[in-house]
Design a protein. Structure first.
Lengths: 322, 322
């Protein structure tokens, strides 16, 4: 019954995103079944989850690694994983043909009252669910990577998605500790990547024009804008940045921002500029160290999550006691 | 001697920005003189600084409120504040005519080897320093509000600024705990507000088109993008978001971001959309509560600063022991 709280969920695809989802669900007390078509990916999944949970415990984000891991089972077939699930999170390769094939299998195996969310970051559900017999039960439920450390999820319906399931998924995502937002149209990049893209396009153009170095543009965000944006969105930020609130701010500054935007012509990121950017990045971080630095990023996100949670709620580990 | 570390600094203009600067300087151990042309603003300045420092002490960001406050003196005249200073931070009203008049007075009163930085967020130094006798000693040193809680500062020279003072100011800003970046051209909005503007323009357009609610667009940043951007810039973020680093990411995703940008026509923020946005904001935060919420923002920034500092360095209160 999809109007009941989700109790049993399936994760199809056990890459980074799928395993992050498994942690999100199990941390919230749900029973999780994971399927991946690759045998070695399936075999390693539980150990990789245990490693992530151990890191999280170190930051006070979960209490008991084994209790949470014990809620997760690896299934030997897609049918076994999906058959009993109230909710299915599809997290396979980001290719329309692959999503189409896997969602066909999910549609056949799932209960008629179950819901399937796709983790796709950029392919609208209408491009791979049109021919499914249960297509009204499918939508995009796009997380930010890694889902167990960044709570935002974007909900995007296809034209044929049953509108009644949107509020259900929204409530359930909230209940399990995520921050769902509803996107009302299948626009390219949804909302999160459109916002990221707008900032990235300006950042690339400033770098191309030599206005500042790559490292200094990065610092403008990490030591400036990002400090506010880690707990307030752009609208709340400007609402608090003028004595009379957002309309007052807009009256004062819209002309400046419009002239900035009007003077910037959208253009592809040129190859020579990409090469120059890569050169600057590889000077501060060698290619071999990318993996270590990604681990550092996740440690930093865990510490930040713990800190933000403590600011808001007192103890950061409340979350795994739903 | 400007090549020596700054020891005595002047702050001209004792509004929010000026007082924030006074805290930054005094926290780092410098002697600070403040001048403001308004008598009651001068009179209240020390108490307002003491209040901010007391908040900061509560978050473990400073050790001793009185030791820091005792480094700050209120001057009865601009000449008295500026005359002995190694460095002057101009923080008066954001109007070209006001900046021109005040900088003329500063230029006359300052030592010939002193440096004057302007806090302007949007007026290039060339628009108000052209006729000063010491114009080669002036540049923009733009902080983010409030400067004692957000470390970024943008350094922007006028065409006639002595290039030798840029590295001096950069080093001194670092030494006192700020994060300086160098902007190589007097572009509208410098770097920080161009990046903010790019994201804001997209956010307004998404809201205008009904793609998502104001609150959901805010959440996409505060519960998504901003979590990473509070400690990594946009380039480092994408460098870690593809197996082969930034060039790999650019090859995969530049076409998507370019098509997003190309489909977005720059346009002014329409008045009816601003009114609608104000309506949504005033529903969640009444006009009377704007001031309280701004205080909440500053508390949150203090807690975040303490947390980030602890993650990086151990104790957050090391900073006031330079």
């Amino acid at each position: 019954m999809s109007q009941q709280p989700f109790q049993t969920v399936a994760v199809v695809g056990a890459g980074l995103v799928g395993l992050g989802w498994a942690i999100v669900f199990a941390r919230a007390g749900l029973e999780v079944r994971i399927f991946d078509s690759q045998l070695d990916t399936r075999r390693d999944a539980l150990q990789r989850i245990r490693n992530s949970l151990t890191d999280m415990k170190h930051h006070g984000l979960v209490d008991d690694v084994e209790v949470i891991t014990n809620r997760i089972r690896i299934s030997g077939s897609l049918d076994d994983a999906v058959g009993a699930a109230d909710y299915i999170q599809e997290s396979v390769l980001e290719r329309t043909d692959v999503k189409t094939t896997v969602c066909e299998q999910i549609s056949k195996a799932m209960r008629s009252d179950a819901i399937c969310g796709s983790s796709t970051s950029g392919i609208p559900a209408s491009q791979f669910t049109a021919d499914l017999s249960k297509r009204d039960r499918f939508l995009v439920v796009h997380p930010v990577n890694p889902p167990h450390l960044i709570p935002l999820v974007e909900l995007v319906a296809a034209p044929w998605t049953d509108q009644a399931i949107i509020p259900v998924v929204r409530e359930e995502m909230k209940r399990i500790g995520q921050s769902p937002i509803v996107i009302n149209a299948e626009v390219d990049g949804f909302v999160l990547n459109r916002l990221q893209g707008a900032l990235l396009n300006e950042a690339w153009a400033l770098f191309e024009d030599g206005v500042a170095s790559l490292a200094d543009i990065d610092a403008a965000v990490s030591h400036g804008l990002g400090r506010r944006w880690s707990f307030m969105g752009p609208f709340e930020t400007i609402d608090l940045n003028a004595p009379g609130g957002i309309a007052d701010y807009a009256r004062r500054l819209a002309p400046l921002y419009h002239s900035i935007a009007a003077s910037r012509v959208a253009k592809p990121w040129p190859n020579d500029v990409i090469s120059r950017a890569e050169g600057e990045r590889r000077e501060v971080l060698s290619r071999e160290n990318l993996v270590d630095r990604s681990a550092w990023r996740d440690q930093r996100l865990m510490a930040l999550t713990a800190a933000l949670s403590e600011i808001d709620h007192g103890s950061p580990s409340d979350r795994d006691n739903p």
